[in-house]
Design a protein around this ligand. Structure first.
Ligand SMILES: Nc1ncnc2c1ncn2[C@@H]1O[C@H](COP(=O)(O)OP(=O)(O)O)[C@@H](O)[C@H]1O
Ligand SMILES: [Mg+2]
Length: 331
């Protein structure tokens, strides 16, 4: 198998005052080497929690209650070394986070250290990992900054507050690639940005994928962005992957009523109002989940079985899987 990441039967809970939040429930998926996998779903469906789980940056209130995360480091093309991510501690974990798997967060606009010039942010990161220094570091950083379409001369000596939101986001993307990670996790990388800046970041990401060799986990609530970048799409609902398939299949013939609803809700540029439809109701309370299929209260196809038993992913066609009792009538 040529996957860089395998997540198996992962469950993550938060302890909150009101009770236990079941943020991720028995989720399994792979990221293949070189591919971009998009995780899409409404706000609150557990996407960020999943990303944080993979890089082991969950807050103390979170607990992984079951499952395994396996990362496969490419060994110079001669097979792969398996890393049990949940078993990593201390230095091993720090190394994993930058050198193997880097994550750019949703709140990334504040993720740069405000008192350090961009040059020093690169130097600090490199130093902490005994990576390049001096001219070699400068060259690598300049290369990455150019790839994200920044002027290295201008940016190098700047403080974060001297840069626009889009520029800071591009600095962070360049910085995340400094130690040549094989897997990059981008959590809503354009959400806080205006539409033109968003466009620009998407173009940068597409270009980067063509020029550098990394796999991507792209987290977004915006289906149209996922469509631009992803090879495969996983739809997440109430902490569970409810459909996964290649991007064309998910868009042309989605099988889960929730995916269908998401796709119909995307306004098109030629935007007639007939195209604008949305899913009635709202996502469930993850502390007090409905019985059976968690989507049944909002689902046009729900029947008695859906209220009683939760469906697991099953094959619709090779590579296309869905967790729905009634997908045959949905298609
Ligand atoms: N630190 C936390 N403590 C308690 N609940 C949390 C915490 N972080 C997130 N949650 C809850 O976990 C669920 C999933 O959140 P999140 O992973 O941020 O979803 P998404 O990224 O899809 O919007 C939500 O119900 C959210 O309220
Ligand atoms: Mg999120």
């Amino acid at each position: 198998m040529n996957s860089v990441l395998s997540v198996q039967n992962l469950s993550i809970e938060y302890s909150a005052r009101r009770g236990r939040v079941q943020a991720i429930r028995n989720v399994s998926f792979d990221v293949q080497r070189g591919e971009a996998l998009a995780l899409i779903g409404e706000s609150g469906s557990g996407k960020t929690t999943l990303g944080l789980g993979v890089v082991q940056l969950l807050p103390a209130s979170a607990q992984i209650t079951q499952g395994a995360i396996t990362y496969r480091r490419d060994h110079n093309g001669a097979g792969a070394i398996e890393i049990d991510v949940l078993g990593l501690r201390g230095n091993g974990l720090r190394e994993f986070r930058w050198k193997e798997c880097a994550m750019v967060f949703q709140s990334a606009l504040n993720a740069l250290n405000p008192v350090l010039r961009i040059a020093d942010q690169f130097a600090d990161t490199a130093k902490a990992h005994g990576y390049l220094h001096g001219n070699a570091l400068r060259e690598r950083a300049r290369h990455l900054l150019t790839l994200v379409r920044l002027d290295p001369e201008r940016v190098w000596k700047s403080f974060p507050h001297e840069l626009s939101g889009g520029m800071r986001q591009r600095v962070l993307i360049a910085l995340s690639l400094l130690l040549e990670p094989q897997l990059l996790i981008l959590d809503e990388p354009t959400t806080a940005l205006d539409i033109l800046t968003q466009r620009n970041i998407m173009d940068v990401l597409k270009e980067l994928r063509g020029k550098l060799d990394f796999s991507l986990m792209f987290i977004s609530h915006d289906l149209s962005l996922a469509a631009e970048l992803a090879d495969r799409v996983a739809t997440v609902y109430a902490g569970k992957v409810v459909e996964v398939g290649d991007v064309k299949t998910i868009f042309k013939s989605p099988a889960h009523p929730y995916s269908i609803g998401l796709i119909l809700a995307v306004p098109t540029i030629t935007g007639t109002h007939e195209n604008l439809s949305s899913i009635p109701g709202s996502p469930p309370d993850l502390i007090d989940l409905p019985s059976g299929c968690k989507f049944h209260p909002r689902c046009p196809l729900a029947d008695h079985r859906c209220t009683r038993d939760e469906p697991e992913l099953e094959d619709v066609s090779p590579g296309h899987r869905v967790a729905c009792w009634n997908w045959r009538s949905a298609k």
